[in-house]
Design a protein around this ligand. Structure first.
Ligand SMILES: [Zn+2]
Length: 169
């Protein structure tokens, strides 16, 4: 089932997620629906807050559905190490058509649970590292516009207000 994606400035996007404690059929269904929603919008990652649920769960697929083995669900994830720095463009399904450069670590190692509640650790570089950081930020209620310079953030927020007034946001 395709879910409705919540757009900025909906307050749920800035609400830190509650840890997931029950690894049941409902959680599996939510993850499956989040993948379907993400693929429908050509995204590489989607956090639960983006479908209006403040829980620490995100789905990621840097191949955009081209390689099923790359589908990844991270439950209660945290970054345990970071290396390097990159300044690259980034987008977010809660900010349609807004693409801006954001500073991120070049490589990260995360620790997370899978849908069975089993803990695992995983290294990410390039786009996967960026996705890990972007999605884990979402789970903390942090949005990529707050990782931009104040000047850029101001421009983006002005653009959004203009689109809102025109009924296009
Ligand atoms: Zn996002």
């Amino acid at each position: 089932m395709i879910l409705k994606i919540v757009k900025y400035p909906d307050p749920v996007l800035q609400q830190p997620g509650e840890p997931v404690t029950e690894f049941n059929a409902e959680l599996r269904k939510l993850a499956a629906d989040m993948f379907e929603t993400m693929y429908a919008e050509n995204g590489a990652g989607l956090a639960a807050q983006q479908v209006g649920i403040a829980k620490r769960l995100a789905v990621i697929d840097v191949t955009g559905g081209k390689d099923a083995s790359q589908k990844l669900v991270v439950v209660n994830p945290e970054i345990i190490s970071r290396e390097g720095k990159v300044y690259e463009t980034e987008g977010c399904l809660s900010f349609p058509d807004i693409i801006e450069k954001v500073v991120r670590a070049a490589e990260v190692r995360i620790r997370a649970q899978d849908l069975d509640g089993k803990w695992f650790e995983m290294d990410g570089a390039d786009l996967l590292a960026r996705c890990f950081q972007h999605e884990i930020d979402h789970l903390d209620g942090m949005l990529f516009i707050f990782r931009m310079s104040a000047l850029k953030r101001d421009l983006v927020q002005r653009k959004i207000r203009k689109l809102q007034r025109a009924g296009e946001w």
